[in-house]
Design a protein around this ligand. Structure first.
Ligand code: 6R9
Length: 655
């Protein structure tokens, strides 16, 4: 890590905002002053930008840490804030979604139309028995119905759990069970990489008869959008076509007010153990910070911008910066179903050109893969509509940052590198465009109203010029309210390490430069970041040992030029299995297996079959040493190993 730090700190380029951008920016410097003078008052002002059926009189209740309540005696309806109020303000004809399917089919959905659709769906869900507090699982492609589904669930005070369409039936099953979902909304399939990728079969498989499993089936209905036109199997008393019920339903639906702390969604994310955590977010505080940051960090001007965040709604970025933030602000956004390189490698740039995208928010892994293809591709499109670029999901290396600005941003657009997490709900660290002089590679400063620090192991601030652990020192409106069904795990995971100080521990290492700007250095725990997606080593190890041939497995995240990190697995094969099966092809078989168990994003880049794994005397696998091997480095200090010779054996087997 120290060579990485040295390299980062040699980066000295600085980019001041242009006078033109600064003159028209939503953000201004006074936000910092107001937030510093009265943090809670500042957030109350931001919350008042929303419509409250019942205004709040209290701001933060932190009397029972780490369980926070924000605006608790206020009442609002999240969907009303994202839809009806824009229609009532006379903006019903404004386009909410400029949707394009991967094959090139297009649909514009206005705020009035989206409101109408959400009201119908809210009535359908109510008819299906979904009530306040019930959970609804969503397993959908990036189509307007996906956004409508999230909002309809929110509208009736129920709780959505969006499961990324790339996850396997098993992963879906685990998430449905943990949340106890009553209804699943899915599609027959969606377009990916030039063909229809089926979704409904995975739902069928997840819900297939599992007599004897001991787990009670909670799902009563599956609502299915027709998108891929692929054949699907049908369970008559359970499955319902969307087109058979939603268009026919009444479009009269009055949004009811719910208390600000009403659960809004659960989103599963990888932690350091095998079992994904259901991160719980609630309504008022979450929407306040999602909308505020979208306004000031993405500089959204709803009347003129065409905003595009490329994230799938299966991730937190899609929740906060596709669905909730932009729609709360009444923005017009592009929604795209497919992959960046189908049917040609310039697909994204073509979309920006054709839709006149002005604000573009994506992940470093995408930028690096475009760099690899070469500048000719983006340069053959007209990208002059772009005026602001954003980055999220992992550290962006200075080279990629500068390429992004020069090639995509005409050497002119500001870039905001935004640090945050599923748990934080909304952006926490970022430059404010038009205000901050930006530095390639640094996420820079906390947004107004957020308090962070970089501390040592005992919680003392490290000071400028030093590295340590990133913590949030004060509660914030969009903070997670817990882990679904597991308050102890919530406390242990995030609050125990600095319990005496009351700090939230983010799991990231960071360094402050001489100006006090933050440089993120990656996770300090057993969480990997592959193409901006979080994966836990334990989760993949447990999938591997679930294979009949595998005796033991250790997984590490090795640095990778394109994906940031790549999954590298070391496995010990059972000798009994090896007697009956050839070793050739076993690596590929295990890669495929993990893809099936968890989803293609978890598939290891490399699988090494080894005879032993490096362990401490207490039996802990020393992943640090395996990472050295995976990254082709000389193996570090092995003195704490139970058997110090094991690493030379492993190194030889890997070659
Ligand atoms: C929004 C999102 C969270 C983890 C986080 C950190 C990494 C996110 C980053 C970044 C450096 C940035 N991360 N943004 N690292 N610079 N701008 O990605 O949420 O999927 O929960 O991942 O991603 O390691 O802890 P999530």
């Amino acid at each position: 890590m120290s060579s990485q730090i040295d390299h980062l700190l040699t980066e000295t380029r600085r980019f001041a905002p242009s006078a033109a951008f600064a003159g028209n920016a939503v953000a201004d410097r006074s936000l910092y002053e107001r937030a510093a003078a009265d943090r809670e008052g500042f957030w109350a002002d931001q919350a008042r930008e929303l419509h409250w059926h019942t205004p709040f009189t209290t701001v933060l209740d932190w009397s029972n840490p780490p369980f926070a309540e924000w605006f608790a005696d206020g009442e609002l309806n999240v969907a009303y804030n994202c839809l009806d109020r824009h229609v009532e303000a006379g903006n019903g004809d404004r386009i909410a979604l400029r949707w394009e399917g991967e094959p090139g089919d297009q649909r514009n959905v206005t705020y009035a139309e989206l409101t109408d659709e959400v009201k119908r769906l809210a009535n359908v869900l109510t008819d299906l028995g979904v009530e306040k507090g019930d959970r609804v699982a969503l397993y959908l492609p990036m189509i307007p119905e996906a956004i409508a589904s999230m909002l309809a669930v929110a509208r009736i005070g129920a709780v959505h759990s969006v499961v990324f369409g790339g996850f396997s039936a098993d992963s879906l099953r685990a998430r449905i069970d943990d949340a106890g979902a009553k209804v699943v909304i899915t599609a027959d399939g969606g377009w990916r990489k030039g063909k229809v990728s089926p979704l409904k079969p995975a739902v069928d498989q997840a819900l297939a008869d599992r007599n004897g499993s001991g787990i009670q089936e909670t799902v009563e209905h599956v609502l299915v959008v027709k998108r891929g036109e692929n054949d699907v199997e049908w369970t008559d008393d359970r499955d319902i076509w969307w087109h058979d019920v939603v268009p026919q339903a009444s479009a009269d639906h009055e949004a009811q007010a719910f208390p600000a702390e009403t659960p809004l969604f659960i989103l599963y994310t990888s932690g350091t153990t095998g079992k994904p955590k259901g991160i719980l977010h609630t309504s008022g505080g979450y929407l306040t910070q999602a909308a505020f940051t979208n306004r000031v960090v993405h500089d959204v001007h709803p009347e003129t911008d065409v905003y595009w965040c490329t994230a799938d709604i299966g991730w937190i970025t899609g929740h906060s910066y596709v669905t909730y933030g932009p729609l709360a602000n009444g923005a017009t956004q592009l929604l795209y179903e497919g992959t960046p390189d189908t049917p040609h490698p310039g697909r994204w740039w073509e979309l920006i050109q054709n839709h006149g995208v002005t604000v573009f928010y994506t992940a470093p892994t995408a930028i690096r893969s475009f760099m690899k293809i070469g500048r000719d591709v983006p340069q053959s499109f007209d990208l002059s509509s772009l005026r602001l670029l954003g980055s999220v999901g992992e550290p962006i290396n200075p080279e990629a940052w500068v390429w992004y600005r020069e090639i995509i941003g005409a050497d002119e657009t500001p870039i905001v590198d935004t640090w945050w997490q599923t748990e934080t709900g909304a952006i926490m660290i970022s430059a404010l465009p038009g205000v901050t002089e930006t530095k390639p590679g640094s996420a820079q400063v906390p947004v107004p109203g957020i308090s962070i620090a970089v501390v040592d192991d005992s919680g003392e601030p490290v000071g400028n010029g030093s590295g340590g652990l990133l913590v949030v020192t004060e509660p914030w409106p969009s903070m997670l309210r817990g882990i679904w069904g597991d308050p102890d795990r919530y406390r242990e995971t995030y609050w125990e390490k600095f319990a005496d100080k009351g700090y939230y521990f983010a799991g990231d290492g960071a360094r402050l430069d001489d100006d006090g700007d933050v440089w993120l250095l990656g996770r300090v725990d057993d969480v990997m970041n592959v193409s901006g997606h979080r994966l836990s080593t334990a989760e993949i190890e447990s999938a591997l040992v679930g294979h009949e041939g595998v005796a033991e497995a250790a997984v590490v995240g090795a640095s990778d030029e394109t994906t940031g990190q790549a999954v590298v697995a070391f496995v010990i094969i059972k000798s009994r299995y090896l007697k009956q099966n050839p070793v050739e092809g076993l690596g590929d078989e295990l890669r495929r297996w993990v893809g099936e168990q968890i989803g293609p994003i978890a598939r290891p880049r490399d699988v090494y079959i080894v005879g032993e794994l490096p362990k401490t005397r207490s039996g802990k696998i020393m992943r640090r040493l395996l990472r050295d091997v995976a990254e082709g480095r000389e193996v570090g200090d092995t003195t704490t190993l139970a058997d110090t010779a094991v690493m030379s054996v492993i190194s030889a087997q890997v070659k």
